[in-house]
Design a binder for this molecule. Structure first.
Ligand SMILES: CC(C)(COP(=O)(O)OP(=O)(O)OC[C@H]1O[C@@H](n2cnc3c(N)ncnc32)[C@H](O)[C@@H]1OP(=O)(O)O)[C@@H](O)C(=O)NCCC(=O)NCCS
Length: 188
């Protein structure tokens, strides 16, 4: 698949490249990123270089689609569709994201996720998106809820990362769902 660029009111989402490695490496020094994601810690420049190479290969294979989220030309985060799986009755994937600390709390990831969801159900033609997060990751859950995901339960010790095993919250969004945010029992 050729990399796709998405545009929103404030953001451009495009494939991360070698020019982003320094910004990615800097962003991943924030302990909040490895705390809640599978990003390695400590995060070195080599990790960033490997990551952008892998992203190019994933786009090529159609296995995962990862975008750098850019605001006014600066790296504001990363968002992707992972484990893209085709099926005769419609494919699915899992959404994942992290934001650069100084860009958080301004609706950036919600705006990026809206665009990715629209593309996933539109051009890519998926029928379901999944979302998973370590229990207690309220900002991630609120982002998923804001774009329409429904809470689907808890996976006890169901998530693995370099930290070990964690309990996980899971959510889902169907192409046919009304995307108006709904209440989540784990978010008050
Ligand atoms: C999760 C993350 C990407 C959200 O990015 P963001 O750009 O700050 O998100 P937005 O500004 O679009 O806010 C999305 C929702 O989260 C809420 N939120 C943002 N920061 C929050 C915080 N620190 N505490 C509680 N809620 C928060 C917002 O209020 C909004 O919810 P609402 O629509 O119900 O009001 C960001 O917090 C992050 O990078 N966290 C570390 C990495 C991570 O956890 N990634 C997800 C792994 S599953």
């Amino acid at each position: 698949m050729r990399p796709v660029t998405l545009h929103t009111e404030r953001l451009v989402l495009s494939i991360p490249t070698g020019d982003d490695v320094d910004a990615i490496t800097a962003a991943c020094q924030d302990p909040e990123v490895p705390r809640w994601t599978t990003v390695p810690s400590p995060y070195t420049r080599e990790h960033g270089e490997e990551f952008v190479e892998k992203v190019a290969a994933w786009w090529d294979e159609g296995a995962e689609t990862v975008w750098a989220v850019r605001r006014d030309g600066e790296l504001a985060g990363m968002i992707g569709l992972h484990r893209i799986t085709e099926h005769p009755h419609g494919g699915d994937a899992e959404i994942g994201y992290w934001g650069v600390a100084r860009f958080r709390g301004q609706g950036v990831m919600t705006e990026a996720a809206h665009a990715v969801v629209k593309w996933a159900f539109g051009e890519l033609g998926l029928v379901r998106l999944g979302w998973r997060a370590v229990v207690g990751n309220v900002p991630s859950a609120r982002t998923a809820r804001a774009v329409g995901f429904r809470y689907e339960g808890t996976l006890r010790q169901g998530l693995t990362s370099p930290r070990g095993r964690d309990d996980g919250w899971i959510g889902g969004l169907l192409a046919s769902d009304d995307r108006t945010p709904v209440d989540w029992p784990v978010l008050s």
